[in-house]
Design a protein. Structure first.
Lengths: 341, 341, 341, 341, 341, 341
């Protein structure tokens, strides 16, 4: 299995502890994360050679991020360490029950937001790759990042590499003067797999907004088809179904459409939530793993995506730390949580 | 909006961490709290100028409590720092699931319990106030505190200030030789708003005990009316409905009666419980906020009280740290816990 | 009430904190535990004089374990401190929700596994005892431990002491070359009370495996009878009913059979789970307490076992730290979790 | 060796962590301690059977203190658990360098301060004892405690038990209306061993104050002799020499006088200081151990006292946790701090 | 005593714990600080009414900083909360022994760096002030901050308010295109009190660099006189003498020159160092306190500055938390670190 | 620069926190370390490609160790993951001042102790290596480990690779039935560089014990020469000079002898000690770095070794985390501990 390359920002995450509010906190827990890096870590844990391409500041914080990449067995061969730069930061206030978690971004002017054209030699980077993954966060950071993403996608497309995209809309980003619909359609032309809500896809593609009923599976194909029409290289589109009972209780399901049929995975109860951040990336990683493997069906792929997403909610930090064995056990068991001893 | 003044003890709270029992603990988390102070903090967070009147010992612990008052934007202009005194303490063993939390009071001989007549110049303190709030904990501490409370209530009444009371019965207090029914009736004469269970009100007023069925709304007016009869200045009485499924799962609703009609708020599921202490005070603060505002209806007021109470359960410590925006979001949303990002 | 003696290994438990996975942990919480010791602590908390017989290494870790025994009011009069030895260790990764907890044993070559014949003078140790308790973990550790257990059981039997056994099957043990059915039948000959699943009992006794339906109470006597037949001294057998909804949510019930009638306790919801380890031992202790007491019925005994087991899930660490009063409150209350203040 | 009995209060100690000031602290580290208990723990660690006689409140905090007594192998056979009482508390702000530690007492009205005559059956308690130890803190707490101390001392004297006293003057105590010189002379009549500064002894005995120069050994006997004259049963008096370079650096020596000769131990450098509290009690315990043993000379006794005191500064909490082997190693070595491996 | 106003940035400080390096850290301790704010807090602790003027982002982190200002009794009446902005951050790796602490700034684009002309109405802000304090950090942040500082200084000068300046050179700042000597001379025209090394003053004023020997007091006046010549309003200049034996051991003294005479304070040993950051600001605050008070001599003023600086090293965080009483005790005592009890 | 390969055990280190004794600890800090791995990490931090060869158990603890190797940029290409095995553990009680740290080994039966012949293909592993490093700990673990070490050394010798050895005598090891002098002479035949005390070398080589005076440099060559005679391939021998003032204060120097001349580095004061463990390995790494580099003199090499050793004492954990820049700064500076900002 040749490598999966992901491209995106790795941030320093500073989160409050034990559900404290910001004004109560005397310390922040320190981790690193970012949508595309999270996917790479998940895949590495599944045994897939993976790499993250990103920019980090050449200082002690950037070097610590680099160590985390190495620790998690993701290749950092093409990570750029940028002088006189800063790392993007996000502050996370962890909610509970009826109080939502709150993310405060402080990522402007980061090494990744200021990426300059030519920083990455994509042809070289992607020459051994089988798959390239990016998400809608990268073009939302800055004009520069959006341009570099387009460059990467074009090269990947030329090289015949499978391209997957997680739409990942963040209302607190897209602050650099462009709207998603001005940027995303061109980028999504090249995508073979898209993960996202139908309404998010429409929004990013500049279509009229709808409010799809995911319970009614029969109506979904026609809604997905519109995306397929606008994205000529699209092969499969998947959607994470998430019902947020509370910050501590989620219901997770998933749908995959291959242009012909709908495959849906059962809704699973997820409670309590140890850490909800990155659970969409875990879904993406489960999906990529399934689609990467010749012997895994679409149905199994969407099941794996849901399993990976559910398990992520039990893992502290941005990225999933579960094995394929954990995924299989989840899928095959009706009862969870027996102590293994 | 002129200020709300509350009168009551602020205690040092020493709680076990991570659900440990006392005998397992190597440290106590340190916070401050007290029913009336908690109400003041909540109101300050809602943007209402608020003040707490209390006695604290003039030592490093008392000064730390004073800093917390200031930090939370509550006026400490009339806090008395008492020499050679002690702060009231309560030890809290935080329960979980079917194991209840346990409060151990060590508040005898505190600066507040030993308050002496004339300590506070109530006419001066209340001259700019619109609202005075006290709870049934103050007269339960000591004879002195009960007398000072009566003094305050009389002055407030003379000045035409709205007076609210949270009945707040604590079986582990009232140890100084008087029963509630010997003290409370006189105090409650002056109350315009009472928060409490009907049976608690009857108990404190010396009436025969009943066991009201709050599901049967039609029967409630006649039960409340008896309280109205005994408390001539009463305008509204409210009751928090609390069903304790477990220490980690509560169901919260509320009822408000204005002498004519019943207004009830829907029962909400509260799980998990980060910290249950002070959730009644949060209810009181939501109620006061609604009743203070000319443009907020009784129905909205009781809804706000329930919302404030529910959200408090997700906040560590004695007092609520939520904004009006958080309250509104809670009231207007069916789904809770989406990450804000 | 004369003393209860238990025999088994006390391990150092090293557990990850705040649901972290091993690879995320920078520290381990340190406690001690072991099935039979856990039973002794529970009983001591119920006011029953109890003692644990075990081997510990004569080093600082062994001495710390010894202090924990003393702290918990369990007699350590016959604990053997062994030179140049090690303590058994188990690493615990605490799960959450759909992710199971994971136990990693590192207990080979421990002081207890290497126990040599004659280490304990059982006739002396048991002379004041009324009850002897052992579990299926002890003979699973090593051949030596199995032999010493047999020695103890024989002496207890001769002395007319009641013998209870928790079958406690651990698939990660029994690594020393013998299968349970080669060892357990002889040991179980002497048991008067057995706690365990019916299928585990059959497995250990070398019977054909079955999958009993515990919902169908009518069918159970005949299944239990087979065990009674093979264990001639058996008076009562009990089974913990555990449905694992998730690592954070368990449903607990219990069944007791006295050779004539079935006594079953209602299923209780247990959520969240603070610590699931040792909840079976808490069940055992509740059961022993009931059966020890002349004035406690079988029905009450199984109710106490379930109550003890449920409450244990709210207690951090291996052993239960609840009082008889806590057990009574649990049994008599429909609503849990009210703050005691 | 028969047992040593000590009599005094055990307090809950709540200390700030990592040198924080009170106003910075979010938690307190929780331990227990008290001068006479500290001596008992030290002696137990040296292998001497020891017991503490005290009153504790019959609540969860009192029970936790009781567990600590048991854990540390000190007999709690005669500890009184008092209903509706409180434990004495002291808050400790741990200094560093040029900033002193600060103790804030909150021990009025404690179970021990309110001890009533007849609580303890001294004749029974002391019947197996060889040694009775009390300190000047006990009569400083309250009139009741002073009276009970006198009762104990009289019985001990009648029974011919050796009586040792640590003068332990605390300026923040003695608040109940009596001065030391009104209480201590009668108590000290019975003492066989006194530990304390010469000026403190004079002060407590109502003598004119002096400022002794401990460097000039020749002048000391005449100063000590005055104490011997006033305390007819005195056999040896010892003084801890403490030079406080900073809160983190102390110099410790000691002097012993037997009515004839001066024995002095070399000054030792103690830096850094992990915890200075209880180091005087550690000195006392070292001294008692030496004087208890027939084969230990006065010179060795004072050396052991100094060694015990120095090592205590490296131990967190109120009481010393070192063995006789640690003491010997300290005395015999010029170089400290080599890793043992 | 009318108020002291300080102007400068308040940063979020994120520091590693227990001397860990960045790459070992799983959490950051969270505090706030900034040179001029630190001075205001120190003065408030000395009982001087003080205020900080600054810009903070209008988000949860900015509001938490605001609460810290209030908690520490510093007026925040003129703090500007800026939308869509960020707080300046500095990461602190706390050294030990021969390993230096390391500061990593991430303060570009902060609310304060982007301050715009007219943000503050200085005439209004300073109308009740007696003293205005700024440091060389403010003009080092950005061109905007330098301009606002000049505006403030001009108004203060017009209003006849005493102006003090701490030169505070930071090599990692001054990155916006101007050198100190291009900006500082104009600003320093207005200063009445300057704190700084002589060589730093020369450097900032564009003079040739020298390497003064502070041991030779006789030579100092002529060196200081040059600064007095270039700063026509200068009345006193002071210098902190700091000898860094190691990150854990500093030697601190101070010199004050009033244009006529040299006043020097003895060198003090400072070890261990709990937190060295902000010790210069503590020096400044001690100096301001002395110079503010009519009855405090120059000699006493420089002694207070040194005492304040020394004590700060024992306090965690950026600002000093000691009282005047602590300062007096330091000055008057030869021995430090006795426990107060 | 081609790679340095080290061979040795990596242990799980469980250390008490904040200088607590074992019996006070509720948690252990978790790190990994081992003499030869520590050297590899140090070298990697200096920019030298390095690799560790070892056996780890194939379980979650072993995998976590593997992640630490990767994080620290040391090659794990030849690490063997062994099924049904355990990791060696050492418990560390961290001393302070006059109380020594205490190491408790629990490493028998570890994956490394049980290494079997043929596990490692040394010819393949070493083919790209320039340097091979082992220490006296490896042959002290078990007969198997000693044999595998000999195999490695022979191959390295054949391939003409430089071989360095740290004698590292541990009295608590060597428990498998052989004495050092039975094993070490053969192994040391191949060493080109030896680090160790002269008396340790004599002891391991079976020579009569001496007590060298390292102050007298003139006498040292003849003492070293004896080792050179017995180790025919020896080119340089170095000795760490360590004077242990206390557990918190060490004095460190070093001596290097090349068969002709003595090169000695000045004694440095090291206080406080954050973590003393692994400081010898840091010395070794500094020495190797110097000797590896053609342009670094013997004098500079021993200076670097001492600098590396001193700085290690300020770093928590087993291995040094400093850069070449840190080393250079240490060597070139008289004053330490200035904040870099």
């Amino acid at each position: 299995m040749s490598k999966v390359v992901t491209f995106g920002e790795i941030m320093l995450r500073l989160s409050t502890e034990r559900h404290l509010r910001f004004s109560q906190s005397k310390s922040f827990a320190l981790t690193f994360g970012g949508g595309e890096f999270n996917v790479a870590v998940s895949l590495a844990n599944f045994g897939v050679p993976s790499e993250v391409v990103t920019c980090l500041p050449q200082n002690e914080i950037g070097e610590t991020a680099l160590m985390e990449i190495r620790k998690r067995n993701v290749s950092s061969a093409n990570v750029q360490m940028v002088k006189n730069s800063r790392i993007g930061i996000y502050f996370l206030e962890t909610g509970a029950g009826t109080r939502s978690s709150n993310v405060l971004y402080d990522r402007a002017h980061s090494a990744m937001a200021n990426v300059t054209s030519g920083t990455f030699n994509w042809r070289e980077i992607l020459k051994d790759a089988k798959w390239f993954h990016w998400s809608g966060i990268t073009p939302a950071i800055s004009d520069n990042a959006a341009k570099e993403c387009l460059e990467a996608v074009k090269v990947a497309s030329e090289l015949g590499i499978t391209i997957s995209t997680d739409l990942n809309y963040r209302s607190k980003l897209w602050k650099y003067g462009k709207e998603p619909h001005e940027v995303m359609p061109e980028l999504l032309q090249y995508s073979n797999i898209i993960l996202g809500d139908i309404d998010t896809a429409y929004f990013m593609l500049g279509e009229n907004q709808i409010n799809p009923n995911y319970q009614n599976l029969n109506l979904l194909p026609s809604l997905y088809d519109k995306v397929f029409k606008m994205c000529p290289n699209l092969k499969t589109m998947a959607t994470t179904l998430r019902y947020s009972v509370s910050a501590s209780h989620q219901r997770i399901g998933g749908i995959l459409y291959d242009g012909k049929s709908i495959y849906d995975a059962d809704i699973k109860e997820v409670t309590p939530v140890v850490d909800r951040v990155g659970s969409g990336d875990a879904f993406m990683a489960g999906l990529i793993y399934g689609l990467l493997s010749d012997d895994i069906s679409y149905q199994k792929s969407i099941n794996m995506a849901v399993a990976s997403c559910c398990l992520k909610h039990t893992i502290y930090g941005d990225y999933n730390l579960v094995s394929l064995k954990d995924i299989e056990r989840f899928i095959n068991s009706d009862s969870h949580g027996k102590v293994s001893r």
